[in-house]
Design a protein around this ligand. Structure first.
Ligand code: ANZ
Ligand code: ZN
Length: 835
């Protein structure tokens, strides 16, 4: 009986069956090779849109494909459930963040299921629950005990609207990554993780990550920002103060015509105390503190400064040069002081022009003339030293080495390396996060909470509100405690941890999610890591991925794990765009999957999502495209319904199709060629990258061809029928990772044994792809006109094209249009022109 394709009926049925059969459960005792397929765990923000869906659908395709390839697949899911939005919503709507978060998780879980995305749900983790954050706190203690977590008063990025500090990584173009407000600077006591200790290793191991996209590696590389240079000590005239400048261009030392301190540099006050400049400099400092790093560093923007009234001595030529403070020098980079070379540094050039400071050229490009009086911009390239004393005439690269030697010999300074990477600021003055496990005692000072007392439970009752104070301060029972060391009165730390700490280790927890004795099982993670495929958004290229790499290296050093990089292969998918913009509630361009799944079923939505374009690229969502996917699946469905009974009977015989193509009819031979060509193409597309769209396109093309040939094959009987069955089965199996419900349903209708996903992935037979050629007779109106050689498996469309392009035929048909082309497969083509 032929049935209609009604997705709802089959989709929920299979979703339940898969769950019941434990299809996505990793088998701990399996002898199959392991494959850890990890998708970035989502923040439970509410409902998912089709853009989110792309991530999970891609991951599901990979997991199902790997299962069919015989891997023991681990594909877990969890929730990055702490964070600001839930807390902000709580303040607005008066719902406790725990309640809204858990409700959102339910919604999203239902959505993931409705997409047919399968996970090993027994391994689900939720970062806001005590059985998880207990171990986030444990992690904090490990870093604390190693001296890698420390507290320090420092100028930090402050978001005046979220009322909390932000890590540098969370400041985008001087604005809060979350709410877009302009960031200000605040002097606060904060907790940091010493990620800078790992800068070099994070950099050198990055190079070895062959399975990562180049652009992500470049972003991390630039973020770490290693600069090789030197520190030069400039004594201040008439004072004991010495100013150390960091430079990457020691070769330009003879061109330094002034020096600059960052306005907030601590020696500034001392140098100008009691001088006529004192007030102006203090005012200037205040003004600059209100500016952001980016405004200060911008290459083009106007640079402002004030002369300190002081001079410093250049140790190389003993020259006396004026000392300034200026906004373009940052306190937190290098040494907070620079030697300024206006002829070879553009920022210095603009500043010198503005304040009429002298210019001296010290590097000349070979064979060119350069005149300090007439240059319109700094020359930042290489060349030959001039005006540089004993170094004149040397290529600048060589001079740089000799100068550094001299610098160290005379003790004027030393070679030095600088990183842009700053330590990771992990404390937040917010409620909805893991409490930092620290107690302050007047006698003992900073005391870590003993491991046996973990978790430090986040109290239910607090006063939420944007006061700038951590809300935990409002709960006296929480705040007041006893010192674990002396038993005296103690106060708990009231800050919570950045949620990036939660997500820096979650992938380890999936191997033993319920473990009460440890954060993760070392044996299991050593066996399962590195992650074979990590999938997520490129927006995490820096923060999350860098932090995770750092934490894994720390745990490696502590002896907890035997690997020092977590993610072997990384795939970053592009965004789904709607009306030219990223989907967001505020823009009102969010496409919900729910309505589409209701109308078309999950498989259609999945197919369209995968077909929309190369998955690493952004793509515009178009509901009409969904319709195209729907029509294609209906075509596959009808084709299988039509031949269902035949397949049922013959499925066990397709192994009997003769290897020798000559034993098949030309039509069967051609179909077989196309079948195996498709198997090869789809397999290559999946193995060599994530080319889902082209893989699907080749299945579509093949299906269209089969649609025209199925009757002929059927009528030919014998082996041709087997070839037809093989072709249909291939479509069903190759489509399985993409449209799992439809494929599983068709598989069961044609009498397939067990789940399709426990079946082996198809292998193409190279014999069927042998390119033997066939000689084809070309007729026009039944008269033989020419003869050509074509590949045996050529498709009809391609054959028509080749025939019409043949020289003689083209001539004969000149000026005529073709009414009909009749093909006798493997033998002849008869062209009928219109009269
Ligand atoms: C003299 C010089 C001459 C420089 C020249 C450049 C070109 P990267 O590569 O980013 O590390 N610099 C050093 N510390 C700074 C600070 N705290 N704020 C602003 N600028 C600072 O850049 C290092 C260069 O940036 C240093 O080399 C210094 O200027 C400047 F022809 O020293 B250079
Ligand atoms: Zn104490």
């Amino acid at each position: 009986m032929n049935m209609k394709y009604i997705p709802h009926e089959i989709e929920s049925k299979w979703q339940k069956n898969w769950l019941k059969a434990g299809l996505f459960k990793m088998d701990p005792d399996s002898s199959k090779p392991k494959f850890y397929c990890l998708m970035m765990f989502p923040y439970p923000s509410g409902a998912l849109h089709v853009g989110h869906g792309r991530n999970y659908i891609i991951g599901d395709v990979v997991a199902r494909y790997k299962m069919m390839q015989g891997f023991n697949v681990l594909t877990p899911m969890g929730w990055d459930a702490f964070g600001l939005p839930a807390e902000n919503a709580a303040i607005k709507n008066k719902i406790h963040p725990r309640k809204s978060t858990l409700a959102n998780i339910d919604t999203m879980k239902r959505q993931l299921n409705s997409w047919g995305v399968g996970y090993d749900w027994d391994r689900e983790i939720t970062s806001c629950l005590p059985d998880y954050y207990k171990w986030t706190q444990w992690l904090f203690l490990q870093l604390f005990n190693k001296g890698l977590a420390y507290k320090k008063k420092s100028l930090v990025n402050w978001c005046p609207s979220c009322k909390t500090v932000l890590a540098n990584e969370q400041v985008i173009n001087s604005c809060c990554e979350r709410c877009g407000s302009k960031i200000t600077q605040k002097d606060l006591e904060q907790w940091f993780f010493k990620i800078t200790d790992y800068a070099d290793r994070l950099l050198s191991d990055l190079e070895k990550l062959d399975g990562w996209p180049g652009r992500v590696k470049i972003m991390q590389y630039n973020w770490i920002g290693k600069s090789i240079g030197a520190e030069i000590v400039f004594p201040v005239e008439g004072s004991d103060v010495k100013i150390t400048c960091f430079t990457t261009r020691l070769d330009t030392i003879y061109g330094a015509t002034y020096a600059v301190l960052a306005p907030e540099h601590p020696v500034v006050a001392e140098l100008v105390r009691g001088s006529p400049q004192e007030k102006e400099i203090r005012d200037f400092r205040e003004k600059v503190l209100g500016e952001t790093r980016l405004e200060r560093m911008a290459a083009a923007g106007e640079k402002k400064g004030v002369f300190t009234g002081r001079y410093v001595i250049n140790p190389f030529n003993k020259e006396k040069i004026p000392l300034w403070v200026a906004d373009y020098v940052l306190y937190k980079y290098g040494t907070g002081a620079v030697m300024a070379v206006p002829t070879h540094d553009q920022r210095d050039f603009l500043f010198a022009k503005k304040y009429n400071l002298p210019l001296r050229i010290v590097i000349k490009p070979e064979g060119e003339r350069l005149n300090a009086g007439s240059i319109s911009e700094a020359y930042e390239g290489d060349g030959i030293q001039v005006n540089s004393g004993e170094f004149d005439g040397l290529p600048n690269k060589e001079a740089m080495v000799q100068m550094a030697d001299l610098l160290e010999e005379r003790k004027w300074g030393r070679r030095s390396i600088n990183y842009k990477l700053r330590d990771w600021l992990v404390s937040r003055q917010r409620y909805w996060g893991a409490p930092i496990p620290i107690i302050y005692c007047d006698v003992c000072g900073i005391v870590p909470v003993p491991e046996k007392d973990l978790p430090v439970t986040l109290p239910e009752k607090v006063e939420l509100g944007l006061t700038g104070m951590s809300p935990l301060a409002s709960n006296k029972e929480f705040k007041n405690t006893l010192c674990p060391r002396c038993g005296g009165r103690g106060r708990r730390e009231i800050d919570t941890m950045d949620t990036f700490v939660d997500s820096s280790w979650y992938f380890l927890r999936y191997l033993s999610p319920q473990s009460k004795d440890n954060p993760f099982s070392s044996d299991l993670v050593n066996k399962w890591f590195p992650v074979d495929q990590y999938i997520g958004g490129v927006e995490h290229a820096i923060l999350h991925l860098l932090y995770s790499r750092f934490i894994v290296k720390v745990l490696f050093d502590l002896g907890n794990i035997k690997f020092n990089e977590p993610f072997k292969n990384l795939f970053t998918q592009g965004m789904i765009i709607k009306n030219g913009a990223k989907m967001s509630k505020s823009k009102g361009n969010v496409v919900s999957p729910d309505r589409l799944i209701k109308r078309y079923g999950a498989d259609t939505v999945r197919l369209y999502t995968l077909f929309i374009g190369p998955p690493e690229k952004d793509a515009e969502w178009n509901d009409r495209g969904v319709d195209g996917a729907w029509r294609f699946l209906n075509r596959v469905w009808r084709l299988c319904q039509k031949h269902k009974e035949t397949i049922k009977i013959e499925i066990k015989n397709i192994g009997n199709i003769p290897e020798d193509p000559q034993k098949l009819t030309p039509a069967a031979r051609q179909m077989r060629f196309l079948t195996h060509q498709m198997i090869k193409k789809v397999t290559n597309d999946l193995d060599q990258g994530f080319h889902f769209n082209t893989a699907i396109a080749s299945i579509m093309e093949f299906t269209n061809e089969l649609y025209l040939k199925d009757n002929a094959l059927k009528e030919q009987g014998n082996n041709s029928v087997l070839v037809l069955v093989e072709a249909l089965l291939s479509i069903v199996k190759l489509l399985a990772p993409f449209v799992p419900h439809l494929s599983e349903e068709l598989w069961s209708q044609i009498g397939g044994q067990g789940s399709l996903f426990t079946q082996e992935w198809l292998k193409y037979n190279p014999e069927c792809l042998k390119k033997e050629t066939k000689s084809i007779v070309i007729q026009i109106k039944g008269k033989m006109r020419s003869r050509i050689d074509v590949p045996a498996g050529i498709s009809d469309d391609r054959l028509k094209q080749v025939v019409l392009e043949e020289k003689k035929i083209r001539k004969l048909l000149e000026g005529k249009s073709v009414r009909k082309i009749i093909i006798v497969p493997g033998r002849l083509v008869n062209i009928v022109p219109s009269e």
